[in-house]
Design a protein around this ligand. Structure first.
Ligand SMILES: [Zn+2]
Length: 79
């Protein structure tokens, strides 16, 4: 029997089972959030505190990517 892993939301401290909530693993860091609201709260602070140069680079890159996706979706609607 597989044991369910539990995470603790780093924003509010609530515990939640694996498969629920939002868990991000990167560069040896694990970030767990029990809800979108907690994730959003963390992200807002994260974006405010991240180095401006890096913020600008990634923000512009993602803006372009989403713009492209929207263009593709518009084309599909026409057909
Ligand atoms: Zn939470």
């Amino acid at each position: 029997m597989a044991r369910t892993r539990y995470y603790t939301c780093l924003v509010c401290g609530k515990k939640f089972p694996e498969g629920q909530g939002i868990v991000i693993r990167r560069a040896g860091v694990e970030l767990a959030f029990h809800s979108k609201a907690c994730f959003t709260r963390f992200c807002k602070l994260f974006l405010e505190r991240i180095e401006e140069k890096e913020f600008k680079r990634v923000a512009r890159e993602l803006m372009k990517e989403f713009e492209e996706l929207q263009k593709q979706r518009m084309k599909q609607k026409v057909i």
